[in-house]
Unconditional design. Structure first.
Length: 230
């Protein structure tokens, strides 16, 4: 085998062509015919860079994106890297900056999603929590599911929700409080707004959205604080 290098001027007599051919064919395609595809890269091997400026193994220059995406194209504009599959130019998600995912599914199977802030979560009939579940911790030791509209369950047990209100108008002895918790299985407490002492009265779980408090005398305006859990 000839030397793995470019030919040397005023040297390599008799083997100049062999050295150059071997050098070019290492990463360029050639089938030894008059073919338009000859000369194209068949493989690309990029040597490692160093810590010095200007020695990155591969560097893209920011430029205008193609007017019409082309399959297999890699493009760089400002701070964003793009890759085009068969028809669509797609933004490459990096580990910094803000990225908008539209109608995309994040598949975390056998992967870890870490330090992700979820905002403005959208619920619909096909993607609402409850169609699947969320596992917290190692393996599936803690599972969150959607048991019904507005209700999250941990390990099959519904998570209680709380409703608070301030009641009393100085005239009514029967006061209905709408809690909208979706259940009549509720617990409650009433305390004096000024002394924080608990107050007792007759209570009726009127419906899945309302509870009624009956007092011997009408509480003063906004004198009682109510907490309903269910």
């Amino acid at each position: 085998m000839v030397d793995q290098r470019l030919p040397i001027v005023d040297s390599d007599d008799g083997v100049w062509g062999d050295i150059l051919r071997q050098y070019l064919m290492k990463e360029h395609y050639n089938d030894d015919t008059n073919n338009s595809i000859n000369g194209g890269h068949k493989t690309v091997t990029i040597q490692a860079g160093t810590a010095s400026a200007g020695t990155a193994p591969l560097k893209f220059t920011s430029g205008t994106l193609l007017s019409t995406p082309e399959a297999g194209a890699i493009e760089f504009l400002t701070d964003t890297l793009y890759f085009t599959d068969s028809t669509t130019r797609r933004q490459v998600v990096t580990d910094t900056g803000t990225h908008t995912l539209t109608n995309k599914t994040i598949d975390g199977d056998n992967n870890t999603l870490q330090d992700i802030a979820l905002t403005s979560l959208k619920s619909d009939t096909s993607t609402a929590l409850g169609v699947g579940s969320i596992n917290l911790g190692h393996a599936s030791d803690t599972t969150l599911t959607r048991s019904s509209a507005g209700v999250i369950a941990v390990e099959g047990k519904d998570v209680p929700r709380k409703h608070t209100a301030t009641i009393g108008n100085g005239s009514s002895t029967s006061i209905a409080v709408t809690h909208s918790l979706g259940t009549q299985d509720v617990t409650w407490s009433i305390r004096d707004a000024s002394t924080d002492e608990f107050v007792d009265c007759d209570v009726t779980s009127t419906s899945t959205t309302q509870i009624t408090f009956d007092f011997d005398s009408a509480p003063a305006t906004n004198s009682l604080k109510v907490v309903i859990i269910g």
